[in-house]
Design a protein around this ligand. Structure first.
Ligand code: ADP
Ligand code: MG
Length: 239
């Protein structure tokens, strides 16, 4: 519980900071990027200086991404609830990512439970949630990797305070056959800024967790050695 409180505390501190600073940071960043792009055009294509300017542009874009993601994590918002066709959201993500799968030859599989009705949710946030998970899977797998998305209806056996059983839930699993996640890392995954990637922000999973809890759901990760990684999102089946 203490850890959970610290976590929430850290998020809300970050939130206050981010909301106040994001726009102030993004404007000058835009100026730096524009100037660097002009500079790039002035330099001969094969010069070392031009490579340096490209690094500047790339890193400015990175800071921009961090600021944007922090803002997503920070901004208090009201969910835009509508009836969402979950399988359309997931199918669209697969279609999109098939095209842009970073030049890697990745196979996508889907196994959807056709009995799942439209669920009451925020479509934009759900898209962001599953896109983050699929992107992580893509980044984890090698050439010839596999990503599988499975949906099913599950019973939530946890009891409410009155001792009644809660309603059914929808579970969506995003699995990959990548290298998996070490035991020491598993507990840090959802901490803002935890990343093992050279160009990562470490905010993707923190955002996922926020979106899931805004939908009164749960997210968990399993990564048995040598068996890849599975993230499971569970949200109440509210129609
Ligand atoms: P980022 O992708 O920017 O690093 P995330 O919050 O999305 O930040 O992920 C945090 C870390 O969790 C990643 O750096 C990686 O170490 C680990 N991770 C997430 N998804 C996977 C996955 N499918 N396979 C292996 N490691 C993963
Ligand atoms: Mg990520």
């Amino acid at each position: 519980l203490e850890e959970a409180v610290r976590h929430a505390d850290r998020l809300s501190t970050l939130g206050t900071l981010a909301a106040g600073l994001a726009h102030e940071i993004k404007n000058p960043l835009g100026g730096i990027k524009g100037a660097a792009q002009l500079l790039e055009l002035e330099l001969p294509a094969d010069s070392e200086l031009r490579d340096n300017v490209r690094v500047m542009i790339r890193e400015v874009e990175r800071v921009n991404r961090i600021v944007e993601e922090l803002l997503g994590l920070a901004s208090p918002r009201r969910l835009q609830l509508t009836k969402v066709n979950l399988h359309k959201v997931l199918g669209d993500i697969i279609t999109l990512q098939k095209r842009s799968a970073q030049g890697k030859n990745i196979t996508f599989q889907q196994q959807f439970d056709p009995s799942i009705p439209p669920i009451l949710a925020d479509e934009g946030l759900l898209t962001q949630l599953f896109l983050n998970l699929v992107k992580n899977a893509e980044e984890a797998v090698d050439e010839g990797g596999m990503i599988k998305i499975v949906s099913r209806v599950i019973s939530d056996y946890s009891m409410t305070q009155k001792g009644e059983r809660r309603s059914r839930m929808v579970a969506v699993e995003v699995s990959d056959n990548g290298p998996g996640i070490g035991k020491e890392q598993l507990e840090h995954l959802f901490t803002p800024f935890f990343t093992t990637k050279a160009t990562g922000t470490g905010l993707g999973l923190a955002i996922c967790q926020k979106i899931v809890s805004e939908h009164r759901g749960m997210i968990k990760v399993e990564s048995p050695p040598g068996k890849g990684t599975t993230f499971t999102v569970m949200v109440p089946l509210i129609q």
